[in-house]
Design a protein around this ligand. Structure first.
Ligand code: GMT
Length: 408
């Protein structure tokens, strides 16, 4: 491998990095895509190898290339083998573009496809073309806490983790859980979720212009409506029905509206419950949205009552916009939210306590403003991309150097 030239900033060698993730809506895809965008902006050459264009990419960004994985459908295949098509494309892209490493997000099946690609490159027929391709796997959450624990996936998830050249987890909680559930002895680097604080922030003029579309402002004797928000992929683990329950209690106590951003399996159950509780006309079901950075700052409060969050990226994005969260004390959420200061945490399912806290907070402007400021401060001081992305760059260099030493 030739020594890499430095990036324009001179902070890190310019690397050619392949990134694979789920390109549709979901936290791991968001992190992978935002990471690619940030790395490209820092001068690295990024190659997304995915089944479709990741949803936050336009495909026209400088230093970013997109390689679509095409899966051949043959009538015999009841389940077309995407993992194999992905491995083949990974190996091709790595060879054709001389990638320095492959960074895969979400263990299943991406780490396994990457291992196959690495083996294909190592054992090419033409000896001169043989090379070692380092693989880094980033664990995000349900790949470990849910899917990976199913007996049909556990051994192969463990294999993918153990055979990767580097493994990162997005919280200490997830690192510890992975070690314990999969009996992993090797090192797992914790690199937490991040947010671009120049993109996610509250612009008062924009909020003043847009918020009236979602919540009625004060006028005459009428007090302003409060605006709550929830952002997720509406999977059962997100407990969207708890969001509706909390909101219905809040709306019974004070004038309020709710923005629901996202879509997924529990959407229709949420619509039914909203109708049954008589709050459907106070809820904006916005569906999947691309520019959530324009919507989040409009809100006063985020509701994240998840059954599990290994970190809670949605809450972080809201916090960067000055919106604190009412959240459940699960998984790695306490690594993000300082209870009582930058947000509030409750036991899973305690919608009564969540609603009571929301009502009290929304009725206390001074406390709400202080919590909003603390939320922004946490995001900007601890989780901005400017702080976290260099941790990935540094980790890449350590893995590449270690592999070079072990496999000269
Ligand atoms: O279930 C989701 O929220 C999607 C999931 C994923 O892997 O796509 O998100 C996980 O990764 C996010 C980004 O790293 C974390 O912030 C979320 O906490 C995590 N979700 C869960 O653990 C349920």
């Amino acid at each position: 491998m030739n020594p890499a030239a430095p990036t324009p900033s001179g902070r890190s060698p310019r690397r050619k990095i392949g990134i694979t993730c789920y390109p549709t809506y979901g936290g791991s895809g968001v992190v992978a895509t935002e990471l690619g965008i940030e790395l490209a902006a820092r001068g690295h050459e990024i190659h997304f190898i995915t089944s479709s264009l990741p949803f936050r990419l336009s495909g026209r960004e400088a230093n970013i290339h997109f390689h679509e994985v095409d899966v051949y459908h043959y009538p015999l295949f009841e389940h077309p083998p995407y993992d194999l098509a992905l491995a083949t494309r990974m190996a091709e892209v790595a060879e054709f573009y001389s990638l320095d490493l492959l960074h895969v997000h979400y263990a299943i099946p991406h780490s396994i496809s990457a291992l196959l690609a690495r083996q294909m490159l190592e054992t090419q027929q033409a000896v001169a073309r043989r090379r070692y391709l380092p693989i880094i796997t980033t664990l995000h959450g349900t790949d470990i806490t849910l899917v990976g624990l199913d007996r049909s996936y556990l051994p192969i998830t463990q294999f993918g983790i153990e055979q990767s050249d580097g493994v990162t987890a997005i919280s200490s909680y997830l690192r510890d859980r992975t070690r314990e559930a999969f009996n992993i002895k090797g090192e797992i680097e914790v690199i937490r979720n991040f947010v671009n604080c120049d993109v996610y922030f509250r612009d008062s003029a924009k909020v003043a212009a847009m918020r009236p579309r979602f919540a009625t402002p004060a006028s005459g004797d009428r007090v302003a409506e409060k605006l709550l928000v929830h952002l997720s992929n509406f999977r059962p683990v997100k407990r969207v029905l708890d969001v509706i329950d909390v909101f219905a209690r809040v709306a019974a106590a004070l004038p309020a509206r709710l923005m629901l951003i996202g879509d997924g399996p529990d959407r229709s159950a949420a619509e039914h419950l909203a109708m049954r509780l008589g709050v459907a006309d106070r809820i904006h079901f916005l569906g999947k949205q691309d520019n959530v950075n324009e919507l989040l700052p409009l809100a006063d409060l985020m509701i994240m009552p998840s059954e599990m969050e290994s970190f809670g990226l949605a809450a972080l994005e809201a916090m960067a916009c000055g919106v604190p969260s009412i959240a459940t004390r699960v998984g790695g959420v306490s690594e993000l939210i300082d209870d009582g200061i930058s947000g509030l945490m409750f036991p899973l399912g305690d919608t009564e306590a969540m609603a009571a806290a929301a009502i009290a907070l929304l009725g206390d402007d001074e406390r709400l403003t202080a919590m909003a400021a603390a939320a922004r401060k946490t995001a900007s001081e601890r989780f901005c991309s400017t702080r976290i992305v260099p941790l990935y760059e540094n980790y890449y260099e350590r893995v590449i150097a270690r592999d070079r030493e072990a496999k000269p």
